[in-house]
Design a protein around this ligand. Structure first.
Ligand code: ZN
Length: 411
């Protein structure tokens, strides 16, 4: 609940969550307690027999939690929130698309829709539960918010956060023209391409490696804090020497990343027992081709990504900071990241340190992790400024002469 509150997906009083135990007991957040400051002792328990235990009243939305569990014995956790982006879709009565990037549809599955009913009413409970009964794990609540279920609380949270991310990205991208989505065939590339590098057993860990592991953990947590990554999206890697680099693992909750989770890649082999990010071949191709690159990040941040799912060009010739750090940002076609990593590596150069992968990610490089992260942050800030211009007037770029002067002085 603290994470939901601190990622801006609920207010102090809104939203609730529950878990169900094997014996049928349901633990649920209380009504009327600050969601930013909940402690374990605040959580209410409703025993299978109906007895209510705990210091508060259970959430007023308990009826719909109970109704969902009654229809879906496989669900063990439910999260409900009124995140602004998902509320926007719910009051426009539209379901956000998740097939805008490869992982999101895998995380969320199909998204259901439940008609409006009075909050806290049995009728709302029945409407939501009926949609969950059709097999949906994620249900948009008309003129209200969203309800998400999962086999555990983290999975439910990740589905919520990923759908919210899609909604935030779509809200930005819709202003840029028609959204490009991925077909089933394109989505399946994600599963096909994951050939794991062979394993090796490291004999020692040098001090540079230990330092870089710590830096990667810190940078990933920072990226989550800055809305540049979410729990299910985002990869960071850093070169140790000409034969080896470190990369974040696949699948793991980014917020829970720890030093020992980072995967060492040496001479094309992976550290024994660990699963590197699916983009390990892409990162490898970039390090092989560019000795000066010391770090690569592939991330999904909503403003920059809006330019990867819409037809408009990401025009960095707007303010000096954008152009100096990002230069021109090309878009490479979807699929290259899986099937032709060398093509993406070849698109990068000293003059092209950042690019967009169509319907997937913003990719930044740098001599160090800090530089790659800075470029990611500048890409997101620049994209946000460009997109917000749409609501107040026309974007006026700086001229070719001014760009030449920037190059002469800074590049
Ligand atoms: Zn609600």
């Amino acid at each position: 609940m603290r994470r939901i509150y601190h990622t801006g997906m609920t207010t102090l009083s809104g939203g609730n969550l529950s878990i169900r135990e094997d014996n049928g007991d349901i633990w649920i957040t209380p009504a009327g307690v600050d969601k930013g400051k909940l402690t374990p002792g605040d959580i209410m328990c409703i025993r299978a027999g109906g007895a209510v235990e705990g210091p508060h009243r259970p959430s007023s939305e308990y009826p719909f939690h109970r109704a969902i569990y009654a229809h879906r014995p496989d669900l063990r956790a439910i999260v409900h929130a009124h995140s602004p982006a998902l509320v926007t879709f719910s009051i426009a009565r539209q379901v956000p698309q998740t097939n805008i990037i490869p992982q999101a549809q895998r995380v969320c599955g199909p998204v259901g829709y439940a008609p409006y009913a009075l909050p806290g009413s049995e009728q709302l409970g029945q409407a939501i539960a009926a949609t969950f009964a059709q097999g949906y794990n994620v249900v948009l609540l008309e003129n209200h918010g969203v309800a998400v279920g999962g086999p555990d609380l983290l999975t439910a949270f990740q589905r919520l956060e990923t759908l919210d991310f899609c909604a935030r990205t779509l809200l930005k991208a819709r202003g840029l023209g028609e959204i490009s989505t991925l077909t089933e065939e394109q989505l399946s590339l994600l599963d096909q391409q994951h050939s794991l590098p062979p394993e090796f057993v490291p004999t020692s860990h040098c001090s540079r490696e230990r330092e870089l592991r710590l830096q990667i953990v810190e940078i990933v947590h920072r990226a989550c804090d800055r809305s540049l990554m979410i729990s299910t999206e985002g990869v960071a890697s850093a070169r140790i020497d000409e034969h080896s680099f470190l990369i974040t693992p696949t699948g793991l909750d980014r917020r829970s990343l720890e030093i020992e989770d980072i995967v060492l890649i040496k001479d094309g082999c992976r550290e024994q027992g660990k699963l590197p990010s699916r983009s390990v071949h892409l990162h490898q191709a970039i390090y092989d081709r560019h000795p000066a690159i010391g770090s690569v990040m592939t991330a999904q941040s909503p403003n920059a990504l809006a330019y990867a799912i819409s037809p408009q060009r990401f025009d960095t010739k707007s303010i000096p900071e954008s152009y100096i750090l990002l230069r021109d940002v090309p878009v490479v076609p979807y699929g290259a990241q899986f099937q032709r990593p060398n093509e993406i590596a070849a698109a990068l150069s000293a003059e092209t340190p950042v690019l967009l992968i169509r319907n997937d990610a913003v990719l930044t490089t740098g001599a160090t992790l800090m530089q790659a992260f800075d470029r990611l942050e500048v890409a997101e800030f620049s994209a946000r400024a460009l997109l917000d211009t749409l609501t107040i007037g026309q974007l006026v770029p700086i001229g070719d002469q001014e760009i030449e002067a920037l190059k002469a002085k800074f590049l």
